[in-house]
Design a binder for this molecule. Sequence first.
Ligand SMILES: CC#CCNS(=O)(=O)c1cc(S(N)(=O)=O)ccc1C(=O)O
Ligand SMILES: [Zn+2]
Length: 262
Amino acid sequence: ACSSKYVLSHVHPMWQGPLAVPGGDKQSPIDIVVRKSVFDPQLKPLTFQYDPRTCQQIWNNGYSFLVEYDDTSDKSTLSGGPLQDPYRLCQFHFHWGESNAWGSEHTVDRRLFPAELHLVHWNAERYSLFEEAVMEENGLAVIGVFLKVGKRHEGLQKLVDALPAVRHKESVVEFTKFDPACLLPTNTQDYWTYAGSLTTPPLTESVSWIIMKQHIEVSHDQLAVFRSLLFTSAEEEVQKSMVNNFRVQQAMKGRTVRSSFT
Ligand SMILES: CC#CCNS(=O)(=O)c1cc(S(N)(=O)=O)ccc1C(=O)O
Ligand SMILES: [Zn+2]
């Protein structure tokens, strides 16, 4: 899978600050100012073709938990939208807060959500290695979905039940036959899109961000299990709860956010 070769062990606990990319003018996350977004009629609908059989494992990398997919073939892909090529799904993860009042990375008119899902894809048409795509323009495409606290998300429960097995940093557990499409919004595929970066090191400006307008709902108890994870490994004497694993918002620097809807 994509990021298992990349251990974020060097991630500075406050990686949101000092690790600015020199001269970075396309950094993420951002606040989406709805009235400033521009409708682009040339944006296509998104096509998600995910094969649950490519789901492999869950890994606690010390800053989030990654659900990793086999990305050695085009079995699980994202295409359409602003993308010229199909992109392979390599992993999905979340960002969340210690309380329901904050936790998302992106905001909509400054509105914070308790959590945000990221489905990470890379352009295997143009690049032979994920690590290469991470460094290149148009190398990655990340789908963002906001989470709100409300009714229990039945599809998410299988993942929630597996999380205690990856409580500590560096732990891995086998996790198969999970269809990430169950985490996508159902009523509409409307989205915003803009050119940005990874929100974790290496913070490279290689990401076509696609943020879904419609949120999904998860229960308070399901989110509480996210917060029961730890940043720290089993050996460390002081255990730290895995919460507030989001980056601070970045300047637009003249970028425009396009919308797929009016
Ligand atoms: C080399 C390299 C790299 C980055 N890997 S990632 O794109 O899967 C990723 C992307 C993002 S995000 N928030 O930018 O989508 C967060 C975390 C990760 C990760 O490895 O853990
Ligand atoms: Zn993320």
